[in-house]
Design a protein around this ligand. Structure first.
Ligand code: IPE
Ligand code: IPE
Ligand code: MG
Length: 245
């Protein structure tokens, strides 16, 4: 792992940005609207920011859309979020090939509706036909960092029981290969809008050396200028990875 600072001491722009899309409910409340209106606005922001990331040469954008804990919310709110995801996937099926956008899901899809899972499979198939160098959005749906680690551990244990692996083989690289993020480099930058300063179970394995950036903007208000500010702040950081410079 290297910080790759250039001569001016600035880091190269991040290749992988992860965002906790938070603040939709407060955005709606401020306007006297139902929380679901905030999620609708937040979905628009996601479209905009994904397009912007692609245009400025970011390779991977990972967004937290629905956590393993978000089922605690009302049935109305959960179904509104799932309906927005369905709408996004229906659009994606028709546009990702044209726009060269690869789409991938992180999370446990088993409790997700068969309709959404079928759409996710469809977008996976389209992604397979796109070039590996194309921009990739990773959507975290029913995702929890701890759940991802447990699922990976279970899979590794099952492979050991089946004689495909030996416990002594387990190292960081092997374990990473069992995670939802297999093959994808760790995010250099994790952004959380809405003023909260916590990870809320996001990318717990992958965040080991990520730079964290917080902003008070609520997700529906987050725009290109906000992302530019986050990237500039990142580029001014000093990444040491435990070493000394
Ligand atoms: C983030 O916005 C979206 C999801 C968690 C699905 P919130 O809905 O958490 O918005 P706030 O935090 O209540 O404002
Ligand atoms: C994190 O936001 C999950 C997503 C943005 C999908 P939450 O709003 O659920 O997190 P807490 O409850 O404030 O920690
Ligand atoms: Mg929230």
């Amino acid at each position: 792992m290297e910080g790759n600072n250039n001569e001016a001491g600035r880091l190269a722009p991040p290749r992988h940005i992860a965002i906790i899309m938070d603040g939709n409910g407060r955005w709606a409340k401020k306007r006297g609207l139902p929380r679901t209106a905030g999620h609708k606005a937040g979905a628009e922001t996601f479209r905009r920011i994904a397009t912007y990331c692609k245009n400025i040469g970011v390779k991977y954008l990972t967004v937290y859309a629905f956590s393993t804990e978000n089922w605690k919310r009302s049935e109305t709110e959960v179904s509104a979020i799932m309906a927005l995801l369905k709408k996004y996937l229906l659009e994606a099926v028709n546009t990702m090939e044209r726009d060269h956008i690869r789409l991938h899901f992180f999370g446990d899809m088993t409790p997700i509706s068969t309709e959404l899972r079928a759409l996710a499979r469809e977008t996976d198939e389209i992604t397979e036909h796109l070039s590996a160098s194309d921009f990739q959005a990773n959507v975290c749906l029913n995702y929890g960092g701890r759940d991802e680690i447990l699922r990976a551990a279970r899979c590794f244990a099952a492979d050991c029981a089946a004689g495909k692996r030996r416990p002594e083989e387990l190292d960081e690289a092997v374990f990473s290969g069992y995670l939802d993020s297999k093959g994808i480099p760790d995010p250099e930058l994790i952004i959380r809008p809405s003023g909260e300063q916590r990870l809320s179970n996001f990318l717990l394995w992958q965040c080991a050396y990520s730079e964290l950036y917080y902003t008070d903007a609520l997700w529906p208000d987050f725009d290109e200028a906000e992302l530019d500010r986050a990237i500039l702040a990142y580029q001014a950081r000093d990444r040491r990875f435990g070493g000394v410079k």
